[in-house]
Design a protein around this ligand. Structure first.
Ligand SMILES: NC(=O)c1ccc[n+]([C@@H]2O[C@H](COP(=O)([O-])OP(=O)(O)OC[C@H]3O[C@@H](n4cnc5c(N)ncnc54)[C@H](OP(=O)(O)O)[C@@H]3O)[C@@H](O)[C@H]2O)c1
Length: 255
């Protein structure tokens, strides 16, 4: 996979960072992006210090101006794109449907769906020209588990899956595959620090007890890791995965 170029959105931290590092280890030049410049620069420089190739580019997916500036700058600097990993996503409004403001749907969809639509529209022509491309969208098992109080998120991931399957049919003849990975719970810093304490207090247990319960609830008796998602992404982004397209791959330890 040497000499390939990949964009990984939301790679300043969490799952996206693990994906960026994994792809870079295979000799792929990775464009690390997100809004946190300091973290993004740190990821890119860590990759470069260990012999890989990476560059940080600012990108705010909720802003049409930022998306336009990003795609313009990317096309100016690079004339090739082999892999697009649409990883960035937001949890959106947490609460019951009856109290969810309609605007919350737009906010969640703007990052989790609309920005991916725009990036694909802008960048697919580069892939079509070279008759090769791999697009991997990071969805969530929420599309089928549909947990309560998370309606905008659940809807956005279901929409992303439908987008994935539709786009796959439109670009397949150009050598471009489009797949989605649906992670189960992954213990990123955000989940550990922000979600776990809330889940634990709701269940009346300590965060450690909550972790134990979540682990026991998996088929594999282990929680899914950032590296698990990165490994699956690497596979779908490889030339060897040419016959796999329009698929939603659950990487969720059986949950
Ligand atoms: N962790 C889980 O348990 C889990 C489970 C299922 C699915 N997922 C999905 O996996 C993906 C990554 O999740 P994660 O847990 O790794 O999240 P995370 O740790 O919160 O990281 C989110 C990433 O997205 C970027 N991002 C957020 N809003 C953005 C915006 N407006 N513009 C540009 N970048 C933005 C962030 O970068 P900046 O802050 O620098 O902008 C960050 O790099 C998401 O699509 C999520 O829905 C996660």
């Amino acid at each position: 996979m040497n000499n390939q170029v990949a964009i990984v959105t939301g790679s300043t931290k969490g799952i996206g960072k693990a994906i960026a590092i994994k792809l870079a280890k295979r000799g792929i030049k990775v464009i690390v992006c997100g809004r946190s410049s300091e973290e993004g620069e740190a990821v890119a420089s860590a990759i470069c210090s260990s012999g890989g190739s990476a560059q940080y580019m600012y990108l705010d997916l909720s802003s049409t101006d930022s998306l336009a500036a990003f795609t313009h700058q990317f096309k100016k600097q690079h004339n090739r794109l082999h892999i697009l990993v649409n990883n960035a996503g937001v949890s959106g409004y947490m609460g019951p449907v009856v109290s969810t403001p309609v605007n919350a749907i737009r906010q969640t969809f703007s990052v989790n769906v609309e920005s991916i639509f725009t990036l694909c529209q802008e960048l697919i022509p580069m892939m079509q020209q070279q008759k090769y491309g791999r697009i991997v969208n990071i969805s969530s098992v929420a599309y089928r588990l549909t947990p309560a109080n998370s309606c905008t998120y659940n809807m956005s991931k279901a929409a992303l899956n439908a987008f994935t399957q539709t786009l796959a049919k439109e670009v397949g003849a150009s050598g471009i595959t489009v797949n989605a990975i649906a992670p189960g719970l992954v213990l990123t810093d955000r989940i550990q620090n922000e979600r776990l304490p809330g889940m634990a207090s709701k269940a009346g247990v300590t965060p450690n007890q909550m972790l134990e319960q979540l682990t026991k609830g998996t088929v594999t008796s282990r929680l899914t890791t950032e590296d698990d998602i990165a490994e699956a992404t690497l596979f779908l982004a490889s030339e060897g995965a040419a016959a796999i397209t329009g698929q939603i791959l659950d990487v969720s330890s059986g949950v």
